[in-house]
Design a protein around this ligand. Structure first.
Ligand code: T1G
Length: 686
């Protein structure tokens, strides 16, 4: 077959079928056609006694080709390819390395046997795309691995390692060394065994299943699956595998799959899959720009942020020098880092040795000059421009040439900070989100003079420390926090006008956010950014802060909290709101949920459009990546800009127009939003 990604070669009486479809051997149309042709070749040649299916490159098939979704289907489709493999009259052995994912694992399950190298991983991540394994996976996987594990895999989308896969029966043999050689040898061993073991015919692991397994699973995961359609569809498909013969269950699978594929949620999650990968690309920088070598990182400040930031590098095996001004603060900071690691180890997510290795790579010191041999230095000190400038002036004097000097500031002007150094080209913003060792988002703030290789280094380093990085321009609040501001301004005004913290937060939580604006304020701290003068009370937040209502940490903020931090509406807060409304002569009124959406979420979209038109974000999808990873925007809605497209930009504009008078001078339209709405355009290009 000319330039097909699939080739075949005979090894004695074994036909080895090889896919060479970089980068991940996605099961695109040509691969599917080639696999069917290869099985036909095996069937038509009596000298062939068995078949091995393998892949070149980094991995066994990593799934269906997601770029084909939404396009007219090209035959053969994957379910029939898998059936063709399973119905082959000769044994077919899957030779697995890398990550056998989604359709890739389904192809492996269609094979009669599976061998894998120890580093192989297997999984069905379709749920992350708002889908389910649609090529027989929901019916074969429980028959091979059992219902509990199948439920966990299809709804979690995680991977299992080769050892666990072998224990589950997903892999028949783990082989060390040359995978092809071992797979051919295995095929020689099994070539005469009949009947052929077909996953679809195995009933023992889907028989006599107590139906409470499903009810219990749903209950245990209700919070995690809230708002998502795909997990429930996956559970239903596994239920069908238990309740029905394979031939009927696979029809249920198909119907459930098509229901998801035609829904908005899977479109949003497929969009987000590519958005996340596009974020790592920096427009306008030469492809061959080489990153700087980062061997040791310096962190200034051992507070919550400094400690969390340090842990990211230590966990990635990068030594850290952490500097504080006082021994007590240094000890407290390193103590918290150790406690965090030990808590992770207690959950079995890391070993004691890994904890010691991480802490062993930490060099805590009071000596600022110890930073002189660091390749990257990140300051995580008090959010005050003068303090930052002083730090950078001192760094300029001691840091080695070529060291990258980064600020973790969440709002302040990176260009102003860079200007106090003689090396503005080495200055960049690395805005981590709290808790820094947990949150995946990293805003890489590009100063006017930041060198291209500094940006490339930052983006590559982000990958090393398992962060998702997004390039942001220099503006107040960069991307995420800048969009948070109009949301907070309008949410607070709505309190005066007649709503309550509970109503605003409920609307946001029902929308799919993990918490609403006031719950978030109480978690982060009502006193963050407060001027600390209890006699100066200019707004509701000042009034709360002045009374020590600093949020959860004080068991009182916009809500009252019990010892278990359970929130309840606060009569005192309502009094404060009513007093302010009276003082400002505001006549309180009934406020609809729709108005709350328009005044808080629509204004965020408008701010996102301004960020785009000012060039503070490279693309609309980057803004979506910021909000999903930085603030928990529900990924099944794609992100603020994708969601705006699904709402319709004209509807967004009309909604904002209906609120324009109430928002007053706090609001002005983005011209880009108006233009796109007028021309029927979109942000996400879909
Ligand atoms: N289809 C098309 N392109 C893909 C792809 C896929 N399945 N997976 C990755 N790519 C591209 C990706 O966009 C990037 O492109 C490049 O490959 C490297 O990816 C019927 C319906 C395999 C663990 O969900 O999890 O099967 O940016 O940067 O970090 O039941 O890619 O270079 O141009 O992520 O080494 C199910 C998704 C599909 C797996 C490798 N499978 N992929 O990670 O590289 S639905 C998945 C991944 C399905 C059937 C159903 C990861 C990876 P570019 P990368 P990586």
């Amino acid at each position: 077959m000319t330039d097909s990604p699939i080739s075949t070669a005979k090894h004695h009486d074994i036909l080895v079928v090889t896919s060479n479809n970089p980068p991940v051997n996605a099961l695109g149309a040509a691969v599917r056609q080639g696999l069917v042709a290869a099985i036909e070749q095996a069937e038509g040649d009596d000298s062939i006694k068995a078949v091995v299916i393998r892949c070149e490159g980094q991995t066994f098939f990593a799934g269906a080709d997601i770029t084909e979704f939404g396009k007219p289907p090209v035959m053969p489709w994957l379910p029939s390819v898998v059936d063709t493999i399973e119905n082959c009259s000769k044994p077919v052995v899957a030779a697995i390395h890398g990550t056998a994912l989604g359709g890739g694992l389904e192809v492996a399950l269609g094979c009669h046997y599976r061998v894998a190298v120890p580093s192989a991983k297997l999984g069905v991540p379709e749920v992350k795309l708002g889908l389910l394994p649609g090529a027989g996976g929901t019916q074969r996987l429980p028959r091979v691995a059992g219902v509990p594990k199948a439920l966990e895999m299809v709804t979690g989308g995680g991977m299992v390692g080769a050892k666990e896969a072998h224990d589950l029966g997903l892999v028949d043999r783990i082989v060390e060394g040359d995978l092809v050689q071992h797979a051919v040898a295995y095929a020689e061993e099994v070539k005469d065994i009949r009947p052929l073991p077909k996953s679809s015919e195995r009933q023992e692991k889907v028989s006599n299943i107590d139906p409470s397994v499903f009810a219990d699973f749903r209950k245990a995961n209700a919070r995690k699956f809230r708002g998502f359609e795909a997990p429930e569809a996956n559970i239903k498909a596994i239920e069908a595998a238990v309740a029905k013969p394979y031939a009927e269950g696979v029809i249920d699978e198909r119907n459930l799959f098509m229901g998801l594929m035609t829904g908005v949620q899977s479109r949003a999650q497929q969009y987000f899959f590519f958005a996340e990968r596009k974020a790592s690309k920096i427009d306008g920088i030469p492809e061959d720009t080489r990153p700087r070598d980062i061997r040791r990182v310096g962190v200034i400040g051992a507070g919550t942020m400094g400690g969390g930031i340090s842990m990211n590098f230590l966990s990635a095996g990068i030594p850290v020098t952490i500097v504080e001004m006082a021994q007590e603060a240094l000890d407290r900071g390193t103590g918290i880092m150790r406690k965090n690691y030990e808590a992770t180890a207690a959950k079995g997510r890391m070993t004691g040795e890994q904890v010691e290795a991480a802490m062993g790579a930490l060099n805590p010191t009071l000596d600022f000059n110890a930073l002189a041999d660091c390749d990257l230095i990140i300051e995580a000190v008090f959010e005050q421009m003068e303090v930052k400038k002083d730090i950078f002036a001192r760094l300029d004097a001691i840091a080695k040439p070529g060291a990258i000097l980064a600020s973790n500031t969440s709002y302040l002007n990176i260009d102003e900070i860079a200007a106090v150094t003689k090396r503005p080209q080495d200055v960049v913003g690395l805005h981590f989100f709290s808790p820094a060792n947990i949150m995946k988002l990293l805003e890489v703030v590009r100063g006017a003079k930041t060198a291209p290789d500094v940006l490339v280094t930052a983006m590559q380093l982000a990958k090393r420390i398992k962060k998702v990085a997004v390039v942001a321009g220099v503006c107040h609040g960069f991307i995420g926090n800048r969009m948070l501001m109009p949301r907070q301004v309008e949410a607070t005004k709505l309190l005066l006008e007649g709503t309550t913290p509970e109503q605003v937060d409920r609307v946001h939580v029902e929308f799919g956010m993990p918490m609403g604006p006031f719950q978030m304020a109480d978690l982060a701290g009502v006193d963050i950014g407060w001027h600390r003068d209890p006699t100066r009370i200019e707004n509701i937040r000042d009034a709360l802060a002045a009374e020590g209502r600093w949020g959860q940490k004080k068991q009182a903020g916009f809500y009252d909290y019990d010892d278990k931090r359970k929130p309840s509406p606060s009569p005192r807060v309502q009094e404060i709101i009513d007093d302010f409304a009276a003082k400002q002569g505001v006549t309180r009124r009934e406020i609809s949920d729709e108005e709350i959406i328009q005044r808080t979420l629509y204004t965020m979209v408008n701010e996102g459009a301004k960020i785009l038109e000012e060039g503070m974000a490279q693309r609309a999808s980057d803004i979506d990546v910021v909000w999903v990873y930085g603030y928990g925007w529900p990924v099944y809605r794609g992100g603020p800009m994708f969601w705006a497209d699904t709402e319709g930009l004209q509807k967004i504009v009309d909604g904002l127009k209906s609120q324009e008078a109430r928002m007053g001078e706090d609001f002005s339209f983005s011209q880009l939003l108006l233009d796109k709405a007028a021309e029927g355009g979109k942000f996400s290009g879909k």
